[in-house]
Structures are given as structure tokens and as C-alpha cells.
Design a protein around this ligand. Structure first.
Ligand code: 475
Length: 838
């Protein structure tokens, strides 16, 4: 320890041991409520009580976070930086209370205010800093890393506006800005003294150093400040608290100087706006890129600030010697969005620290690892070379250099094959040359992984085939998972309680133990409890649907749910065709064997995705017709839940009987909602796609409702696809199409659904809706049969939860750790912070 460090410790006075937990939680709550926030009355929204409680808990997190960081630093731990443009965190309060084991203390403290946690937590806004699967996966990973005591820091963007709020007006999606920070974000701590400068624009020039060596220099850039805001990430009952560092963009101090320079005042203000715009809003596109300049600024801003942060810490501890850097650091790239980090690390090592190219490349390619999340061509990022030239001139040069050296390697591997060089080049030639970000990520990384077995297989056999031929050892699979803390223990207390009564509570931290539940799958007493828990959860869900949609669901009906982003490949359309088919049967009096159902759909459409918005409108119109028909309501009710988000899922997945996972085979990389439903005892109706395949293998084919074409059949089917013929030969589908085409669901809006109808009937329908209809309907009939026998259904439900052990993100993260990161867990026994049991 240096002299300076010592002094800092004395001043701070925390080195001596436990400080925070000496006072009781009740005392702290009162202190924060009365003094920190200056309140004396609990208002109706309980907003200030929420803030006081959050601050009380944050105190306990901060103490543990400091110790976690100390340990990492003192023990010179190898660590991972998880770089992601998205972290879909949802609410933090309930999760922190669970992970710190504070339930009883919080309950007691809130009694003095005549309220309870479930009510206070309603005041918290969702942190919706992500679109869907990819962003929520990052959030589950952070929970698992902390719970496994792994030294992992999340790096992201502190968007002022997260995922938009969705409301439904006359059946259409309307987007409203998500001003989630308006009432304050009590969990974060800013560290302005650790701000980093990020360069944009300017130009590059050469210079010769005193040893006569040539260098390139990025000059006259317009710099932006990246200010860190740290959010604590508690591990499950292990005293570890990791950090999620979110960057906010601000204007640099020069701006403040030029501001007084009257001559360029308005130009200076425009510059300030540009700087502050970078972290203003999350782009609401799931699985597609729209190539906006501001998005590229966000990507570089995150990548540069995060790399600088890691390097600053390195230099503080080890000085300017980078020989051991790769032994101590991993950067995990969450899709290609931060893949520019490859070039940025090279730039800093070569330009700022004067390493020679080979040394720098050696370090870079030993520290970068890339995860691919989608095969959809529209999601594969490409940026025009001209945009790079303007915005990131030095980065472009570095990418060209990486490419030149890489293409030399390609030429060695495929001598004389010029086409191969064109195919694999980081630069796609043609009209407007484009940089292929996925190729940059692959070339610059030592590990490339897909997110489910089928997805990884399709990557190596298709999209990345040539790279796989070149470097087979880089490629690996890491099937996704979800955290059992939030997605079972926290969101489903009634089920958790009865699980713990049977197998103890250790499953929450060690989810492989959930397998022990199998023993009780035909225990009649356990069945009764299992069913009671489900009915309780269904009642909460009924209340939500009533309040948000004005539709009455009934807990004695089957709850059939599809919630996820609206996308053609996810086939919400197929689901609604089934709903129309049921409606058609009911009107024909064909209700033999039909189980009464409540069908819920929910999800956001990207604002510019017209077909997805049309599908939302169709769902709403169908729901309206069905719900107002008294003849139908005993058998079928339908609702579209507005503003589906993390918090809504916490009420939805515990109440669901049937989980709809119906994507066209080969299109859904993994899916993670499928895992949340399974953990909570829902049965799946699904295609052989993404992680559905592994779910079905784990639970057994007899406990899964399978339908649809398989991935390897898709090309053949498409080759002679004729939906009109399929429709003509299938009376059920024919009848459904008639209802749609007759305008039954759009009496006052003629032609509204023509695009949707034409899509189904097109020989080029990429989603094969008509093809899979018959087998989907058959599988839904099997669902009815199974549900009619409640004992049988409950058995299958228990077996689903019992078989969900490997879909914990703890399993996923252990595999990242073993195969890619090679981190050793932190010591959890020597933490000096004590938990006050008072
Ligand atoms: C997959 N998002 C799921 C999940 O691995 C998978 C793309 C471009 C721009 C912004 N967001 C995206 C995705 O590609 C995405 O969310 N992919 C999803 O990742 C986690 O479970 O199958 O679709």
C-alpha cells in the first residue's frame, strides 16, 4: 500500500471493519425518510418511502461493494468486463432485499409506516435500458456473476430515456417516452472524477518520435465526456456486490470556456447538445439495425469509455507495462454492438502507449470474446466506410490494417481464391463500402459463441462457416439461462414456499437441486398445494389484466400466454390464427373437448416496423370481437397487455399454464422467456427452435407440445411452398382465412389486414405460417386433452419446474467462466461487513 492510499483509508475510516450494519434497518429507514429526504408524511404513492428504503439498502450494498472491489484489487484478480449496449434490469428493490436476506427486517421496519414491501416497491420505475432478450440476458448474467462471486463488471449506457412506454389506442400501439429518471434513481452513485474523454471526428496525421519511429495521431477531435454512474449488483447471500457502470455523456470543460466566446456561442451550444444527445435515448429496435449515426456514436462512446476505464485501472496498479494485461482481463462483447472495442483497444495500445502492432494485436485477441445473438440478416451490423471516415477516422485506419493482415491469412489458407477474400473481408465492397461488424468481432476475438445448441450449429454451418473452417477452436456454445432468484424465488413466493418445504431453501443459490422436486410429481398432497399456488398467482394476473385491459379473465380457465417482442418470425400471427379458429369452432357449436381458455398476448413493436404494428392491431380487433360475444365468453377470452416489461413478466410467468414458443424453426436464437415459464411450471407448446429443443430434451417429449417444421426441412419446404393449396385443403384454415378476408374483424376499416392476409398466402412467406398451422392446431388439441385431466397436467407442471435446473443463468455463467473467462471466485468468507440480525 502506498502512502497516499494509507492516507485515503484513514480519512475514509472504513478499513477498520464493519460500519454500516451497526444501526438497525428501521433506524436507517427513518433517518433517510426524515433527514436525507426531509419528509414526515407517507404520501399515497409511497414514493419517498420507496426512496428512503432504497437508500437504506444501498448503504448496505455500498459497504459490501467496497470490500468486493478491495479484494479484487488487492488479490490482483483476473476479471471480466461485460460490454453491452443494453441492460434490461427492471426493478431493483425486491431483488436486493432477497439477495441480502433482508425480508424480515424490511417487513418489520415498514410496519411502523403501516405498509409492506409489495406496496412500496410499486413506486419504483423499471430500469428499461434494453429491448428484449439480449438486454435481459445481460441483467440475468450480472445477478449470476455476483451470486457465483465472480469478478465481473458490467459496462453500459445510462440512457436518459429507456425502452418506450407502450399504450394501445383504438387497437394501435402508441409510443410514449420513458422518462424513468424523473423521480430520481436512488441506486446509482456517480463518480465524475473518473470521467473519460471520448474522441469524435477530427483527422489523423503522422509524426516521428525521438527514436525516428513513425506514429499516427488522431487530432482536432471533438471530445465528449463519459461520466460513470455505478449501480450495485448484489450476489445472493454471499456479501459480494459487483458493479454495473453506466456512462452518461456530457460536454467537456472546453465547451464551458468556448461558451463565453461570443463569436462561436451558438455553434458551441450546438456542440454541447450533440455531446448530451449521445446517451439520451435507447434505440427501440430489437433484432434490426437502422444504421443511424447517433447509434454508432453510442457504440463507440461505450466501447471507448469502458476500455479506457479498464486501462486506467491497469496503469494505476501496474504502470505502463502491458505484458501481463491479457492474463488479467477479458472483454465479453454482447453481440456486435460494442465490437468497435476491438479497434479501440488497438488504437489506445498502439497510438497512446506506443506498443508495436503485433504486441497490441496479441493482447487484443487474447482479451476479446464475442457472443452472437441472432442469425437474422437484418440484424447483422454494417456501417458505411464513409460514416467511419467522418466520425472515427483513426478507427477506420485501424480496421483497414486489421483487414489487410487478416486477408493475408485468408490467402494463405485458400491460396488463389480471390472470391474467398472478398467473402471474408471486413469491408463489403459494392456501391457504398460497408464494414462488417460481426467479422471484426470474430477476427478480433479468441472466443465466439452462440446462445443455444441449434443456434451455434447454424452459425458454424452457415453464416460463419468459413471462419469456422479457419479457426474451429474459437467457436463454442453457451446456452442461455435466467436467474432463478428473480424468476422463481422473488416473483413466485407461493410456489417457492412449497418447493422449499419439500427440498429446503438451497435451490435458490444452487439451482441444480430443483431436480429433487421430481420425487413429488405424483404426491397427491403436493398436487393440492401446487394447484393452490397456481390459483393464487392466477388471481394476481386476473387483477392485472382487468386493470390494464379491462378484460375479465377467470382463474378456472387455461391461461395461454405469448409475451415477447412482436416480430414476424416469432409468429404471434400463428397464435392469433389459432384464437380465430377456436372462435370459429365455438360459433359453429363445435366445442366438444374444448377447454375454456384465456389467451394473453403482449409485447412491443419497433416503432418503424409496420407489419408488427399491424399484427398488434389485428390481435386487438380479434380480442374485441371475441370478448363482446356472450356466446363465446364461457370458452374463450383474449387480451393484449399494453406495455409488457420486466415487472409485468413477474406477475405473468407464475400464473401461466401454457407458454407459447412458436417461432419458425431456425429463427429464434435461444429465447429466454421459454425458460422463465418452464421454471414456474408452465407447459410449452413450441417448435424445435432455439433453446426449446434443450427444454424438451430436459423435460421429456411427453411433457412438451411439439409442432411445426424442423430447421433442416425449411429450405425444402420453401422450394415448393404453396399456401393457397394448403388453405384449400385444410377446412379449419380455410374457414379462418374466410373470416379474415370477409372483414369480420375490421368491419369499419376495410382492407386493413390485407397485408397480413397476403403475407400468409404468399409463396414467399418466410415464416411458413400456413405450413405449420395444421400441426399447431393438432398440438393445441393435445393441450386441451391434457388440461382436462388436472392430475396429469399438474404432474407435467411439476416435472417442468423440476427439469428446469440447467436453465439457470448460474449454469450458463459457470460455463462462460470455465471455457472462456477462466476466473476464480472471490472469497466470500472473509468479508468484514456483518449483517445485523436485529
Ligand atoms: C434473440 N437484439 C433471442 C436473446 O440471447 C435470445 C439486435 C439489434 C439491435 C438491438 N437489439 C438486438 C437482439 O438481437 C436480441 O435480443 N436477440 C435475442 O437474444 C438472448 O434469447 O433468441 O432473439
Amino acid at each position: 500500500m502506498t502512502k497516499q492510499d494509507e492516507q485515503v483509508c484513514v480519512v475514509k475510516g472504513w478499513q477498520a471493519g464493519p460500519v454500516i450494519d451497526e444501526s438497525t434497518l428501521s433506524d436507517d429507514l427513518t433517518r433517510h425518510f426524515y433527514y436525507t429526504l426531509g419528509r414526515d408524511v407517507v404520501g399515497e404513492s409511497q414514493l419517498y418511502l420507496y426512496h428512503a428504503l432504497a437508500l437504506t439498502i444501498r448503504d448496505r450494498l455500498v459497504a459490501r461493494c467496497r470490500e468486493t472491489n478491495q479484494q479484487i484489487k488487492q488479490q490482483k484478480r483476473r476479471k471480466t468486463a461485460y460490454l453491452s449496449l443494453e441492460f434490461l434490469m427492471g426493478r431493483a428493490l425486491g431483488n436486493a432485499v432477497l439477495n441480502l436476506d433482508l425480508e424480515s427486517q424490511v417487513t418489520k421496519a415498514l410496519q411502523a409506516y403501516c405498509t409492506e414491501l409489495e406496496s412500496v416497491e410499486q413506486a419504483e420505475h423499471d430500469a428499461g435500458l434494453g429491448n428484449g432478450g439480449l438486454g435481459r440476458l445481460a441483467a440475468c448474467f450480472l445477478d449470476s456473476c455476483a451470486s457465483l462471486a465472480l469478478p465481473v463488471v458490467g459496462y453500459g449506457i445510462r440512457y436518459e430515456y429507456g425502452m418506450f412506454n407502450q399504450s394501445i389506442k383504438e387497437g394501435n400501439q402508441v409510443e410514449q417516452p420513458d422518462n424513468w429518471l424523473r423521480e430520481g434513481h436512488p441506486w446509482e452513485l456517480s463518480a465524475p472524477e473518473q470521467a473519460k474523454r471520448v474522441k469524435f471526428s477530427g483527422y489523423v496525421q503522422s509524426y516521428t518520435d525521438k527514436f525516428g519511429r513513425e506514429h499516427r495521431q488522431w487530432i482536432s477531435s471533438q471530445d465528449v465526456l463519459a461520466v460513470p454512474y455505478d449501480v450495485p449488483i448484489p450476489g445472493y447471500k454471499n456479501n459480494i456486490v459487483n458493479t454495473l457502470r453506466l456512462w452518461k455523456s456530457e460536454a467537456t470543460d472546453e465547451f464551458n470556456l468556448t461558451e463565453f466566446n461570443a463569436g462561436s456561442y451558438s455553434e458551441a451550444v450546438a456542440q454541447k447538445n450533440l455531446a448530451e444527445q449521445i446517451t439520451m435515448v435507447l434505440y427501440p429496435n430489437d433484432s434490426s439495425e437502422n444504421g443511424k449515426e447517433l447509434r454508432l456514436r453510442q457504440q463507440y462512446f461505450l466501447s471507448s469509455a469502458s476500455i479506457q476505464d479498464v486501462l486506467t485501472q491497469w496503469i494505476e496498479q501496474y504502470g505502463n507495462d502491458f505484458t501481463e494485461f491479457a492474463q488479467h482481463h477479458v472483454f465479453q462483447l454482447n453481440d456486435t454492438h460494442p465490437s468497435i472495442a476491438v479497434a479501440e483497444l488497438m488504437r489506445i495500445l498502439v497510438d497512446d502507449h506506443e506498443l508495436d502492432w503485433d504486441q497490441a494485436w496479441n493482447i487484443t485477441t487474447k482479451t476479446m470474446a464475442y457472443t452472437n445473438h441472432t442469425l437474422l440478416p437484418e440484424a447483422l451490423e454494417k456501417w458505411s466506410v464513409s460514416l467511419f471516415a467522418k466520425l472515427l477516422p483513426r478507427i477506420l485506419e485501424i480496421i483497414y490494417e486489421i483487414n489487410a493482415r487478416f486477408l493475408a491469412e485468408v490467402a494463405m489458407h485458400w491460396p488463389g481464391d480471390v472470391q474467398k477474400q472478398r467473402d471474408l473481408s471486413l469491408i463489403e465492397e459494392g456501391g457504398e463500402p460497408q464494414i462488417r461488424m460481426a467479422f471484426l468481432a470474430i477476427v478480433g476475438s479468441y472466443s465466439v459463441n452462440g446462445v443455444a445448441a441449434l443456434h451455434t450449429q447454424l452459425l458454424t454451418a452457415g453464416l460463419f462457416k468459413d471462419f469456422y473452417a479457419l479457426w474451429p477452436d474459437k467457436f463454442n456454445n453457451k446456452t442461455n439461462g435466467v436467474t432463478p432468484r428473480r424468476w422463481l424465488a422473488y416473483c413466485n413466493p407461493s410456489l417457492s414456499q412449497i418447493i422449499s418445504e419439500k427440498i429446503g431453501k438451497d435451490w435458490i443459490g444452487d439451482f441444480a437441486q430443483i431436480g429433487q422436486l421430481r420425487r413429488y410429481y405424483d404426491d397427491p398432497q403436493f398436487h393440492i398445494k401446487w394447484h393452490q399456488a397456481k390459483q393464487q398467482n392466477k388471481q394476481r394476473f386476473v387483477d392485472l389484466v382487468k386493470q390494464r385491459c379491462g378484460v375479465e379473465f377467470d382463474i378456472n380457465m387455461l391461461f395461454d400466454v405469448q409475451v415477447k417482442r412482436i416480430h414476424e418470425y416469432k409468429r404471434q400471427l400463428l397464435n392469433i390464427l389459432h384464437v380465430i379458429h377456436l372462435y370459429d369452432r365455438i360459433r359453429r357449436g363445435d366445442t366438444q373437448g374444448m377447454v375454456p381458455r384465456c389467451v394473453l398476448l403482449g409485447g412491443k413493436a419497433a416503432p418503424g416496423y409496420m407489419m408488427a404494428k399491424k399484427i398488434i392491431k389485428l390481435i386487438n380487433n380479434v380480442a374485441e370481437v371475441i370478448n363482446k360475444d356472450p356466446q363465446v365468453s364461457a370458452f374463450l377470452r383474449v387480451a393484449f397487455l399494453p406495455n409488457y416489461n420486466v415487472t409485468a413478466m413477474e406477475t405473468i410467468c407464475p400464473a401461466t399454464d401454457l407458454s407459447e414458443q412458436v417461432s419458425t424453426a431456425g429463427k429464434e436464437a435461444s429465447g429466454t422467456g421459454n425458460m422463465k415459464f418452464m421454471m414456474n411450471g408452465a407447459l410449452t407448446i413450441g417448435t424445435l427452435d432455439g433453446a426449446n429443443i434443450e427444454i424438451r430434451d430436459a423435460v421429456g417429449a411427453e411433457n412438451f407440445f411439439l409442432f411445426g417444421a424442423q430447421a433442416e426441412q425449411i429450405d425444402d419446404i420453401k422450394a415448393h411452398y404453396n399456401p393457397s393449396e394448403i388453405i384449400a385443403n385444410n377446412p379449419d384454415l380455410n374457414s379462418v382465412m374466410h373470416l379474415l378476408e370477409s372483414g369480420h374483424f375490421n368491419l369499419f376499416e376495410p382492407g386493413l389486414f390485407d397485408d397480413v392476409i397476403n403475407g400468409i398466402k404468399s409463396n414467399n412467406d418466410p415464416w411458413l405460417t400456413a405450413h405449420d398451422f395444421a400441426s399447431y392446431i393438432a398440438a393445441q388439441r393435445d393441450v386441451d386433452k391434457a388440461y382436462a385431466d388436472q392430475t396429469y397436467w399438474t404432474q407435467m407442471s411439476i416435472l417442468n419446474t423440476a427439469a428446469s435446473g440447467s436453465f439457470s443463468s448460474d449454469r450458463t455463467i459457470s460455463q462462460y467462466c470455465d471455457d472462456i473467462w477462466h476466473l476464480t471466485p472471490l472469497d466470500t468468507t472473509h468479508q468484514t461487513v456483518k449483517t445485523n440480525t436485529d
